[in-house]
Design a binder for this molecule. Sequence first.
Ligand SMILES: *[C@@H]1O[C@H](CO)[C@@H](O)[C@H](O)[C@H]1NC(C)=O
Ligand SMILES: *[C@@H]1O[C@H](CO)[C@@H](O)[C@H](O)[C@H]1NC(C)=O
Ligand SMILES: *[C@@H]1O[C@H](CO)[C@@H](O)[C@H](O)[C@H]1NC(C)=O
Ligand SMILES: *[C@@H]1O[C@H](CO)[C@@H](O)[C@H](O)[C@H]1NC(C)=O
Ligand SMILES: *[C@@H]1O[C@H](CO)[C@@H](O)[C@H](O)[C@H]1NC(C)=O
Ligand SMILES: *[C@@H]1O[C@H](CO)[C@@H](O)[C@H](O)[C@H]1NC(C)=O
Length: 391
Amino acid sequence: MLLFLTDTAAVSILAQVCLKKMTLTPKVKKEIRESVEQLVQKIMTHSHNGVLGNMYSTGLAMQALTVSGIQWNCRESLKMILDQIPKGTFDLPMTASQIIPSLEGQTYLNVIGLNCSADKDDIIPTPSPPTRPRLIHVRYTISAKVKIFIKGTITVHVPWGSTFFDVMKVAMEKKCKIFRFTYENSSWGPYITSVQGLMADDNQRTYWQLLSGNIPLDRGAGNYIVSDKERLEALTVSGIQWNCRESLKMILDQIHKGTFDLPMAASQIIPSLEGRTYLNVTGLNCSADKDDLDIITTTPSPPTSPPPCICVNYTVSAKVKTFINGTIPVHVPQGSSLFDVMKVAQDKNWNIFRYPAGMANPAYAVGVFGSVGQPAAQGQWGNGPKHCAVS
Ligand SMILES: *[C@@H]1O[C@H](CO)[C@@H](O)[C@H](O)[C@H]1NC(C)=O
Ligand SMILES: *[C@@H]1O[C@H](CO)[C@@H](O)[C@H](O)[C@H]1NC(C)=O
Ligand SMILES: *[C@@H]1O[C@H](CO)[C@@H](O)[C@H](O)[C@H]1NC(C)=O
Ligand SMILES: *[C@@H]1O[C@H](CO)[C@@H](O)[C@H](O)[C@H]1NC(C)=O
Ligand SMILES: *[C@@H]1O[C@H](CO)[C@@H](O)[C@H](O)[C@H]1NC(C)=O
Ligand SMILES: *[C@@H]1O[C@H](CO)[C@@H](O)[C@H](O)[C@H]1NC(C)=O
């Protein structure tokens, strides 16, 4: 599954809609329209209770949905944002800049045309929260398990409305030796660079993660308002500690199933099988390569008896532009690809299951009726939920 980022999609939509104002060929216009439609659908599937993606991507996504002209529940997102503002969620300049256009019914695309002095301040402020006890106390723990062992816990008293960052500063004042930390200012607020001398390290992907009651925060230290009796923690997380063997085993298992048979898919796994990355491809001497991947040759080859026939239900459906919905049971030999299934389905019922002819890469065969989707799970069935009885 490809990682989908709502903010990236939103900026991409804004850019593409901006492009549409230029003189373009009908073909390019059509491609832009289809691409925007797809991204909008994805943003919608990643939305929940007015939150589009996450709280911070909502501002950008609202702008994108506005310029794409589709129907969506704008009020709900606006309400969520207005609820969050008093909590300080959008206090940083960067986070504020992403929501402000939507609060004014504008987007980044019409910022040039704005006349700020004409703006009437008509956003009714939500009533300020009731007064709270002046001081709250929170428990703050630091721990690290990489390179060196660090552990420390302290209870500190801070004024109501303090941030995680304030708590860290108070802890450092009280017990500097244990809770000392360094940070850098960024447009997203303070970024913690070290705690007790242990540095975050971009190369090692080691960073200090902030948690509340064991749940990682969805915002930075300077942007998280703590509450009374909260349990806070700063914990080192290392992206380096991962199970390489496990990934390698999964890849080797999948190779036999044909998952990486396509040149593009193969080219992406081969460096890792050789313990390399794209970054040192320039220094490679292929003739010096010893063929030491004996795992592949020693694994028993699949049985030679003819593969059993399996039955799969193949469904096409679309809800954009036209409505398409059709399902067909298809019998294919085990080991067939999705493309094989599509060919059989097309032969059986051309009207419903036809796909564009002359597709160069069967991995992209999910483009039924010209609407191209994701690569079809690398073109392989195998463990999909759609298997029915083996005949
Ligand atoms: C901006 O709005 C103000 C108030 O409505 C008006 O006086 C001014 O002429 C406008 N400026 C521009 C550049 O449109
Ligand atoms: C970060 O910014 C604050 C406020 O502008 C300033 O007081 C502080 O010294 C800065 N810290 C660093 C590490 O640059
Ligand atoms: C490839 O580059 C990585 C990262 O720089 C390095 O650790 C590794 O040793 C290199 N491998 C070879 C075979 O040069
Ligand atoms: C590549 O490796 C082969 C075999 O080890 C060696 O004979 C050859 O000189 C190497 N070529 C380069 C450019 O290093
Ligand atoms: C598509 O058809 C199937 C079976 O006819 C039906 O169960 C399903 O609800 C339909 N899907 C949509 C989106 O109409
Ligand atoms: C495939 O569709 C047929 C007819 O609707 C149904 O009887 C069968 O259970 C389906 N099989 C699977 C695996 O969904």
